[in-house]
Write a protein that binds this ligand. Structure first.
Ligand code: F6P
Length: 323
């Protein structure tokens, strides 16, 4: 093995740069040339790439985003586009490829490996919805940002005393997964959690809030994942039931930016280096992940065939903490 490629694909996640640093450093350590493919699979299609040496990654561990950019493309899924990508991999004489990204990126990685390319996946998405790993890179940073937002809203919620209670609904990312909302509920002072994995029970939410208001609490904080619906519509629904105005916050892309937490940097470092170690050992068609604190490689087939198991225990705990 002489030369490997690396790309970041799909939604960027804080910690992707830490992962890139580890891939380049581990590659260089193993005497490999490392090529950074730009903008994910788009760069593979269009032949956009550049050499990465240790000086390119020396200082990036603390940066959000990804220095080789990321992208989403439908063309890669079509036969013509896919064949173009294969040709470029051959022209570049890559002996292996590290794909850092979310579920869609892991599917692309499997397709490449089925076409004979040696591929190793690394889970990078704030959504943390990938099978085969307890944590994906970026998730911890996103949860910290959401937790800080809840703390800030709590300050204003508790500072202003009025005759009617104030209820705040905060929408966080997660089109198909409530992981960010659920974990941040465990970390913050939250009264209700709305996630796509569970049916929304407005009656139960309003009854719980009213019970707390009767006890003397005069505010409520609700966390919802974007997959549940639109924050303004959900707020109007709650207003109807509660009989007063509900305030809303849409956190959006702030959750994807900023400095990665130490956890995400360490995770990215471990998984990026392990992806290269696995390729050097001759392994392919796997994704490196972390299970019960141990770094492990899982078959991409398994990653792509199963939906990540919903964490029922955490959900039960949120019900108790919100009560
Ligand atoms: O990275 C995953 C994710 O953050 C989802 O939770 C969200 O729905 C989506 O990306 C938004 O992505 P984009 O900004 O690229 O449309």
């Amino acid at each position: 093995m002489k030369k490997i490629g690396v790309l970041t694909s799909g939604g960027d996640a804080p910690g992707m740069n830490a992962t890139l640093r580890a891939v380049v450093k581990a590659g260089t350590y193993h005497n490999l040339e490392v090529i950074g493919i730009e903008a994910g699979y788009i760069g593979l299609l269009e032949g956009r790439y550049r050499n990465l040496d240790i000086l390119d990654v020396e200082e990036i561990v603390s940066y959000g985003g990804t220095i080789i950019k990321t992208g989403r493309t439908k063309e890669f899924q079509r036969e013509e586009g896919f064949n173009k990508a294969l040709d470029n991999i051959k022209n570049l004489e890559l002996d292996g490829l590290v794909v850092i990204g979310g579920n869609g990126s892991m599917k692309g990685a499997q397709k490449l490996s089925e076409a004979g390319i040696k591929v190793m996946g690394v889970p990078g998405t704030i959504d943390n919805d990938i099978t085969g790993t307890d944590y994906a890179i970026g998730f911890d940073t996103a949860c910290n940002i959401v937790t800080e937002t809840v703390d800030r809203i709590l300050d204003t919620a508790t500072a202003l005393v009025g005759s009617t209670p104030r209820v705040f609904v905060i929408e966080v990312m997660g089109r198909h997964s409530g992981e960010i909302a659920m974990t941040s509920t465990l970390a913050g002072s939250v009264d209700a959690l709305l996630i796509p994995e569970q049916e929304v029970d407005y009656d139960q939410i309003s009854a719980n809030l009213k019970r707390k208001f009767e006890l003397g609490k005069n505010y409520g904080i609700i966390l919802m994942a974007e997959g549940v619906g639109k924050v303004d519509e959900i707020s109007r629904e709650l207003e109807m039931r509660l009989g007063f105005k509900v305030r809303e916050t849409l956190l959006g892309h702030q959750q994807r930016g900023g400095r990665p937490t130490a956890f995400d940097r360490v995770l990215g470092s471990k998984l990026g280096a392990e992806a290269v170690n696995q390729l050097v050992k001759g392994e392919s068609s796997k994704m490196v992940g972390v299970r019960n604190n141990v770094v492990k490689a899982v078959e991409l087939k398994v990653v792509n065939s199963d939906k990540k198991k919903f964490n029922t225990k955490n959900y039960e705990l949120t019900k108790m903490l919100c009560y």
